[in-house]
Write a protein that binds this ligand. Structure first.
Ligand code: SAM
Length: 196
């Protein structure tokens, strides 16, 4: 793509991810799905970095493992067939980037979708894992009932974060119609770093 383009929640999240990750960083994909995001993130952290992934569906983890293996990236990855609500029990190190892409697996069982309460626990844990200047990106899909409940919960939760600790951006395409995906980008503050 040449020049600036306002495209979609996922596109905006991916742009932020590319700017945040450097070789050697640790990243978490909290919703592996088919492994597309995981492959992109594993490329960005390079051979000296690490990608830790979660999905509640063993099939999704299997598909992601196959995709990462095919791309020659599995050596830098640690995949868990565990709900992301356990993220803070499993990840024991500061993380540069944590990615949530909510909803259900494209082409999979729509009844296995992310849910408000587990998403709340996962995001609460994830925020504690971010290193200074570390970033969490989250794409939410309010086009179905559970997705709408998740979006309401997240908007409340992120709005209540102390600005001394986190900056939160909420991107919403105002003319895209009801149910259009929305993106949140949260950055942990560095402390007393000078700002523009
Ligand atoms: C929209 S898909 C993710 C797409 C993926 N990032 C990709 O690049 O293909 C959402 C995923 O979240 C997973 N999921 C649902 N509840 C979960 C939970 N509690 N913990 C972790 N993953 C969960 C679903 O199984 C599904 O694979």
């Amino acid at each position: 793509m040449d020049g600036f383009e306002l495209r979609s929640a996922r596109f905006l999240a991916a742009q932020a991810q590319e700017q945040v990750l450097r070789p050697g960083n640790t990243a978490v994909d909290a919703t592996l799905g088919n492994g597309h995001d995981a492959c992109r993130l594993a490329e960005l952290v390079g051979p000296s970095g690490r990608l830790i992934g979660f999905d509640i569906q063993p099939d999704a983890v299997k598909r992601s493992r196959e995709r990462l293996t095919g791309a020659g990236l599995i050596g830098r990855c640690e995949l868990h067939a565990v709900g992301h609500e356990h993220i803070a029990e499993i990840v024991r190190e500061p993380v540069r980037l944590i990615v949530f892409n909510l909803g259900w697996l494209p082409g999979g069982d729509k009844s296995v979708t992310t849910r408000r309460e587990t998403t709340r626990r996962a995001v609460t844990g994830a925020l504690t894992l971010l290193e200074p200047m570390g970033v969490l990106t989250l794409c939410a899909y309010p086009g179905h009932e559970e997705g709408e409940a998740e979006l309401r919960m997240l908007t409340e939760m992120f709005s209540a974060l102390r600005p001394q600790e986190y900056n939160v951006l909420h991107q919403r395409f105002l003319n895209a119609g009801p149910g259009a995906p929305e993106c949140f980008i949260v950055q942990r503050q560095a402390g007393n770093r000078k700002r523009l």
